[in-house]
Design a protein around this ligand. Structure first.
Ligand code: LLP
Length: 425
């Protein structure tokens, strides 16, 4: 298997950065999320530089939903990232991590009044998703006596080659204002004395490995920017969202990167702004590309069972990584202490949850496994821990962040006390 440069095999052991996974599991226990912070910074810089090579006024708003551990947000804040935030919780985390309110864009199709109030009070820009939200926001900005900079989320009605649950720019999606109605929405916003229509936003979906839909979205956005110019709106920023995928199936997925994304999108963006004579900032919101490959989920084999299939029953299930069950997602699995042994058997990796769907990986060629073996599930950094649950009264596991030779706990494992503490008998 082709491993990314921060992973390696030495003496049969899987290493992440300079750290032996078997030793990390012994030190911190399993299940365990282990993140290579240096890899995150590398991915972030790569993404930002790929776009800045075409146009200097680029801002990267990391999609905090992908992984909102405070230590990771803090590292990205120091590196200069802003954030796409989707709830008042994510606003609070991003601010606590040191990001500035003006470097955040608050997105979402169902914001509560409390969410909106926090964004107004803190001076966070808001991507408005409906005319009802616009009216509520104007009222709130007026009563707080604040000017709020807004964008509208555009639904560009584009088909994208990804799992239907994560295609967000379809005509039938719940997100955004249909592109034919966008200009009239901005007209409406111009009549709101406390709202300043400063930007325009779209996001077409996630885990996209073909570049054509991104280029098409850029074309739609620049066409709309022209129509907005005609009604007197000068956009400060155009936000093209996130969505660049990663090669989870390392043997067969195309290895596309931000350079390919930039080569597909930037010609449309640059041609559009030149024709219009405008120079807005270009905002982008990558989540997965920045964090996915930085992280392993380490899980230990509790028992093996040779039935109609060879089951390795492990201590992590969809309580900790829901992607395989929810999107039929594929994650590579490596036997972290036997990484040089021949893959002679076919295994199903099954979690401990009381549901037959709790399978993390199917039909994988791996060495012979026994109870106590350690498995590493790759590419677990995006939409991994953040989507975890306490189903079956299982406390969530710890997270460790690696920087160089240092390994630090950045989230302790929950205990039964944590689970019980919010209950009232
Ligand atoms: N911007 C907006 C408005 C978004 O809704 C998202 C992701 C992003 C940016 C970041 O997209 P990315 O670069 O990470 O593809 N849980 C699913 C993915 C859900 C994506 C939600 N929105 C999964 O595990 O595949």
């Amino acid at each position: 298997m082709r491993l990314p440069p921060h992973l390696a095999v030495r003496d049969g052991r899987l290493l992440i950065g300079s750290h032996d996974c078997v030793a990390l599991a012994e030190r911190f226990g399993t299940p365990l999320y282990v993140t290579d912070g240096d890899r995150i910074l590398h991915n972030y810089e790569r993404y930002a530089n790929a776009l800045k090579a075409h146009y200097p006024k680029v801002r990267v708003l990391y999609a905090a939903k992908a992984n909102s551990n405070l230590s990771i947000l803090r590292m990205l804040a120091i590196a200069g990232a802003g954030a796409d935030v989707f709830s008042s919780g994510e606003i609070e985390l991003a601010l606590k991590a040191g990001m500035k309110p003006q470097d955040l864009l608050f997105n979402g199709s169902s914001k509560s009044r409390r969410d909106l109030a926090l964004a107004v009070e803190r001076g966070v820009r808001i991507s408005v998703d409906s005319l009802d939200e616009l009216t509520q926001l104007e009222e709130m900005a007026a009563s707080a006596n604040r000017m709020v900079k807004i964008a509208f989320r555009v639904n560009p009605a584009l088909e994208v080659p990804t799992h239907p649950k994560i295609a967000t720019g379809l005509r039938t999606s719940k997100f955004g204002i249909p592109h034919e109605e966008v200009v009239s929405a901005y007209r409406e916003a111009m009549r709101c004395p406390h709202l300043e229509p400063a930007g325009m936003h779209c996001h077409i979906g996630s885990q996209i490995l073909e570049m054509a839909p991104f280029a098409e979205a850029a074309r739609v956005m620049l066409r709309l920017a022209g129509e907005l110019k005609d009604i007197g709106i000068h956009l400060e920023f155009i936000d093209l969202g996130g969505g660049l995928g990663i090669p989870y199936r390392r043997e067969q997925d195309p290895e596309v990167g931000p350079e390919d994304y930039a080569s597909a999108v930037m010609p449309h963006f640059l041609k559009g702004i030149r024709e219009l004579g405008i120079e807005p900032e270009l905002w982008v919101e990558p989540g997965r590309f920045i964090v996915a490959d930085s992280t392993l989920l380490l899980t230990r084999v509790n028992s093996v069972k040779h039935a109609h299939a060879n089951f390795a029953n492990v201590d992590a299930g969809f309580n900790l990584l829901v992607r395989p069950v929810m999107y039929d997602a594929y994650h590579e699995v490596i036997a972290a202490g036997k990484a040089d042994q021949p893959a002679t058997q076919v295994w199903t990796i099954a979690g401990p949850i009381c549901e037959s769907g709790d399978i993390l990986a199917r039909d994988r060629r791996m060495p012979e496994l026994i109870a106590g073996d350690l498995l590493a599930i790759l590419d677990a950094g995006a939409y991994g821990f953040v989507m975890s649950s306490q189903y079956n009264a299982r406390p969530r596991c710890a997270e460790v962040l690696l920087r160089g030779d240092e390994a630090r706990l950045v989230r302790r494992a929950e205990t039964m006390e944590d689970i019980i503490s919010t209950m009232v008998v």
